[in-house]
Design a binder for this molecule. Sequence first.
Ligand code: THU
Length: 136
Amino acid sequence: MSGIDELFAAAAQARRQAYAPYSRFAVGAAVRGESGRLYLGCNVENAAYPSGSCAEQNAIGAMIVAGERRIAEIAVLGDAPAPVTPCGACRQRIREFGDAATKIHAGAVSGARRSFTLDELLPEAFGPDALPGANT
Ligand code: THU
């Protein structure tokens, strides 16, 4: 199994746990940290709609609570006609712990896939380097 296949298999596993009763759009995400370890997330919706969270957001949180700080690559999987790319807010979240070259793999349940760099999905990004005084 290739690294990308492994990442999508993990995202599919996470997607099965999605709590998406409102949109019925289940999403799974898998982050590979620099250590090689995988961290999973699914979307978790809420009756107060804006309080819901994205799969990528929760996968990144799992990485952080495990003590890792750098995203090597991330896969996102949903059941849509085209591969599911991260929303704008999640692109920014990936930027915090990645860089312009970080690979984002978008997938659909159909098997369609596309890979991007973060720079392709969030060009001219604002990131931690803009705040040199930050204690990251
Ligand atoms: N969603 C994600 O979890 N990640 C994405 O990349 C796209 C959208 C979720 C948010 C919401 O629970 C549902 O999909 C529909 O927008």
